[in-house]
Write a protein that binds this ligand. Structure first.
Ligand code: FES
Ligand code: MG
Length: 577
């Protein structure tokens, strides 16, 4: 990118605020002086907005206060003017009803902060699940030079010398506790040891999947996504990102130069090779559409046919992100993917993916598998269609018991989450291991917010019999750290009249993962009768952000963005009066 024409100070966007001689710019300068800065701090320099999703309520981002200082250090060194602009955090573990309800909120906030203030470039600081897609979606729409600083995974959990993984081991030991196989004391030991440092979940959940996908798409410095949050190399990466964004502004290297159909494919391929979270399907579609790329869920299935799962990381595999980093990290995995990727594409450091991967090496071939010895040969993720999901559904075949891949069973239906919680453990519930558990009203509009309820619980009485997996179907999402034969994102969702809403207990449902189908085996006339009786449920919100969400959110196969935020004519910059 050294041949890119460099901007002049007068061409900076912030020049309109600071550089001109009029009454308004006097106000901007005098108010900057009010903060203790001199002209030498900012005059003629790129203003870099650091969009920081730090919060005392986000355990995954606790190190972001320090990291923002390290980013600033890099920006000052390179001759930029850093300004930290906090934005709403999306703390997966605390925010109710679900962070997914607010992903588009943070995306809008990011876009509008960048547009409304004198920003020439942006450093995006996120990592906890939805923060990554939200920041990137906003930055794509704002289309100012932007670099992503991923939060990095936390260290391995530890319990009695055994590594623990976020989420995955919670579900596993929770089932053991419910089955009476571990004590309350052991359960408390797990609570104390499972999250022992700053950083996002260190399993291959949504966080690790999306930060890695954004590295592959070209929006981070090479190697950034794999560095554990607590490692000093993470602080160095933050400083380097700060230094680099200043040059990106001079070079005018924008998201529109980086995010395109080819780099989106690279990101999807990466998510698949990682055995990544099913949530990445929704987020990648939304990100792609912001860039005007029409990514479909079918494309995931197409690519999954040729992409092996190479990362041996829980829940599909054995290890954790800390091991992945020591084994060579994402650069090693991308290098191993080789010809599956288009490595001619430019990334934020101005170099191509191929240049960035030239020196990458795998140090542990059990953690990062060579293509000759993959963890799963292909189909880490599958997209299903059928009479139960006319617009699609997703499943993770690698994380389910193989005996359920082709299965027909009797449906046991729960009308909503409360209904399921009230009845699932009832000893009199008529259910066996061959039944298909169905949850309705858990989609984008129904829940609302499409929460991570998709790993429907196995009834206690079946757990005690040793059952650990069953076919489960819903219009919800599932935490990327979860596992099981869970058919997710059923579209259209039940709340808008999708066939999922018409299923009754006793119906037969067939799942055929190799055939990519999920079907409701109910006579068409009977289904038509049920459809006539179906009544649209009342909206869940009648005021506030919730109403905006309900009016505009799209279905899962379309990315759950707001319809008015998808790519269109660019929004004009504000007039500076
Ligand atoms: Fe933040 Fe899992 S809770 S990434
Ligand atoms: Mg998660």
């Amino acid at each position: 990118m050294t041949d890119r024409k460099r901007k002049t100070p007068e061409e900076l966007r912030s020049h309109k605020w600071y550089g001109v001689k009029d009454l308004r710019s006097f106000g901007h300068r005098s108010r900057t002086a009010q903060m203790g800065y001199t002209r030498a701090d900012y005059a003629g320099k790129p203003v870099i907005a650091i969009i920081n999703t730090w919060s005392d309520m986000n355990p995954c981002h606790t190190h972001f206060r320090a990291r923002a200082e390290e980013v600033k250090r890099g920006i000052w060194q390179a001759g930029g003017f850093p300004v930290e602009m906090p934005a709403m955090t999306l703390a997966e573990t605390f925010q109710k009803p679900t962070t997914m309800l607010y992903r588009n909120f943070l995306a809008m906030e990011t876009e509008e902060i960048l547009r409304a203030y004198p920003a020439d470039g942006a450093v995006l600081m996120g990592g906890c699940d939805k923060t990554t897609p939200a920041l990137v979606m906003g930055a794509i729409s704002a289309n100012l030079p932007a670099i992503f600083v991923p939060a990095g995974p936390m260290l391995r959990g530890d319990f009695r010398g055994k590594p623990l993984g976020s989420g995955s081991d919670v579900w596993k030991y929770w089932a053991e506790l419910r089955a009476g196989n571990i004590t309350e004391e052991e359960w408390e030991g797990i609570e104390a040891g499972i999250a022992r440092s700053p950083g996002h979940c260190m399993t291959m959940g949504t966080a690790s999947t999306m930060t890695s996908a954004m590295e592959a798409i070209g929006l981070t410095l090479p190697g950034a996504a794999s560095i554990p949050a607590a490692d000093s190399r993470h602080a160095q990466m933050a400083e380097n990102s700060g230094r680099r964004i200043v040059d990106m502004v001079w070079e005018d290297l924008k998201p529109s130069d980086i995010v395109n159909a080819k780099s989106v494919d690279n990101a999807v391929i990466t998510a698949l090779a990682l055995g990544g979270s099913t949530n990445s399907v929704v987020h990648m579609v939304a990100i792609a559409r912001r860039a005007g790329v029409d990514l479909t869920i079918e494309r995931f299935d197409e690519l999954a046919h040729k992409v092996p799962v190479l990362a041996n990381i829980r829940p599909s595999g054995q290890y954790l992100m800390e091991d992945f980093f020591y084994a060579g990290g994402l650069r090693a995995l991308l290098r191993e993917l080789g010809d599956l990727l288009d490595t001619s594409l430019v990334t934020v450091n101005g170099k191509t993916l191929a240049e960035n991967l030239a020196t990458a090496k795998t140090w542990n071939e059990d953690v990062i598998r060579p293509r000759t010895n993959p963890l799963v040969e292909k189909d880490g993720l599958a997209v299903l269609f059928g009479s139960l999901a006319p617009d699609g559904a997703v499943i993770k075949p690698a994380a389910m018991e193989p005996r359920l891949q082709k299965h027909t069973g009797r449906a046991v239906v729960f009308a909503n989450y409360d209904d399921m919680n009230a009845r699932i453990d009832d000893p009199n519930l008529d259910i066996d291991a061959d039944c298909v558990i169905v949850l309705q009203s858990a989609g984008p509009l129904g829940a609302p917010g499409m929460p991570e309820w998709g790993q429907l619980p196995i009834p206690k009485k079946l757990l005690k019999e040793g059952v650990r997996d069953m076919v489960r179907i819903s219009d919800a999402r599932m935490s990327g750290t979860s596992y099981g034969a869970c058919v997710l994102h059923v579209t259209p969702e039940s709340h808008v009249g999708g066939p999922l809403g018409l299923v009754k207990t006793g119906d037969r449902i067939s799942l055929d993962v190799p055939g990519r189908r999920v079907d409701l085996l109910v006579d068409a006339n009977e289904l038509e009768r049920r459809r006539k009786d179906w009544k649209e449920p009342a909206p869940r919100y009648t005021r506030g952000f919730g109403t905006l969400y309900l009016k505009h959110v799209t279905q899962a196969n379309e990315g759950c963005d707001f319809d008015f935020l998808e790519a269109g004519a660019p929004t004009p910059d504000p007039e500076i009066h």
